[in-house]
Design a protein around this ligand. Structure first.
Ligand code: CP
Length: 412
């Protein structure tokens, strides 16, 4: 029997789907019934304020071990064709916490219709028709995978199905960018104005990291929006990488850097510089160091990977020196972030530093922000506002905080 060439079938199926000219609707102040495919859909600080406000209520609900049924009767499909622990678990948990039914698939590249060569658009139709889902969270190795899914959802189901990009190739990871930004916002005191002179250093693998790309795109919007609010914002991005993982080593990377450096109207925006290694000046200036794994899955040449991955390791010694430099300059210790998983690029002795945010801040934020996002995408705005008010009024944590404040007031 002649063997069937699955790769050729997949290539043929891809030819039938083009995302050229398609971009999902920008949020523009209204999340309801939209998708989240790209960080570039976020257009203003007001949208982030709204998301973070809902996330604060979700945080309170999770910390208070409360049960809610805001989205009871709705279904989320979580379909991941690339490995994941955090993004997968937190989306499943977020949907369950909101009272949704969840159909979750890991290893979808090998175990689902993708393995037979089915296109992303047809798979989306299958999920809708078999589950009636209102949310599809997807991770896939193709850069335009989330665009294909969103375009198919728009075409077949209009506003009934929201697609959330859980990571598309090397291109985008917008929910990670949102949780990273809420982590940074809190670390800097919870005021946007505190990001006025914020300096972010991204190290390791800027070329292949979808999390760095989405976060920097979001920061470009934050810088622009701060200026629109009259704040003289000058956010700086430093990209520190060996030559193998420099963002500017590809045409797409250079285009992306240019898009961060200037606003759509042509005015200057973020300051972006590339470095081959860390140095004392860089540490002194860096408020948050966003370190990343050199991603073996995107390398074809083992020697190139070995060379790139051996060059960057955050050790306790290095971080102690960096924090001493910050202290001398009268600045707060460095926040250390990582989208994870880490292999050995951050020594475990760094985990206990007060600025290490990857375990105790970024990961819980992933749950709160994803709960907030799903709620904003699927609950009518008036209903969500009413529900939030009810949650705030009945919050046991808030009641405890208020009563402690009242008691403290009696002794002042
Ligand atoms: N940050 C992140 O995407 O982690 P996972 O691959 O575990 O989802």
């Amino acid at each position: 029997m002649a063997s069937v060439n699955i790769d050729a079938q997949v290539a043929a199926a891809k030819l039938e789907v083009s995302t050229e000219g398609y971009f999902p609707a920008p949020i523009k102040g209204e999340f309801y019934q939209k998708h989240l495919i790209s960080a570039e859909q976020l257009t203003s600080l007001g949208e982030l304020d709204e998301l973070f406000k809902v996330a604060a209520v979700m945080e309170d609900i999770v910390k208070g071990h409360r049960r809610v049924n805001l989205l009871a009767g709705q279904t989320a499909v979580v379909n991941f064709a690339q490995p994941s622990s955090r993004t997968f678990a937190s989306h499943v948990s977020a949907a369950l916490n909101l009272g949704m039914k969840v159909v979750a698939m890991q290893g979808a590249d090998a175990m689902s219709s993708f393995a037979k060569g089915e296109g992303i658009d047809d798979a989306l139709v299958a999920f809708y028709q078999t589950t009636g889902c209102s949310v599809l969270v997807q991770r896939h190795p193709e850069d335009n995978s989330a665009l294909i899914a969103a375009e198919a959802a728009d075409k077949y189901y209009s506003e009934k199905l929201s697609v959330i990009n859980g990571g598309s190739g090397k291109a985008e990871h917008p929910t990670q960018a949102l949780l990273d930004l809420r982590t940074i916002h809190k670390f800097l005191g919870g005021q946007w104005e505190n990001l006025q002179d914020f300096e972010l250093t991204c190290s390791g693998d800027p070329k292949n990291s979808r999390t760095i790309k989405s976060l920097c795109s979001l920061l470009a919007m934050v810088n622009r929006s701060l200026r629109e609010r009259g704040v003289e914002a000058n956010i700086k991005i430093n990209l520190v990488a060996p030559k193998e993982t420099r963002l500017s080593s590809t045409e797409e990377g250079r285009t992306l850097i240019d898009s961060w450096k200037s606003s759509p109207d042509g005015s200057p925006n973020l300051v972006v510089n590339e470095y081959a290694e860390f140095d004392d000046d860089l540490f002194t200036q860096t408020d948050v160091l966003y370190h990343t794994r050199v991603q073996s899955e995107w390398f074809e040449d083992q020697d190139e990977f070995d060379s790139a991955s051996s060059s960057f390791r955050l050790t306790r010694e290095l971080m102690d020196r960096a924090n001493a430099l910050r202290e001398q300059a009268g600045k707060k210790y460095i926040g250390v972030m990582h989208p994870l998983p880490r292999i050995n690029e951050i020594e475990r002795a760094v985990d206990g530093l007060p600025g290490s945010l990857y375990h105790n801040s970024q990961m819980p934020e992933g749950l709160y922000v994803r709960m907030a996002l799903i709620a904003l995408l699927r609950v009518p705005p008036g209903e969500l506002r009413f529900w939030m008010r009810r949650m705030e009024l009945t919050s046991p944590l808030k009641k405890l905080k208020d009563s402690l404040l009242r008691s403290a007031g009696r002794f002042l």
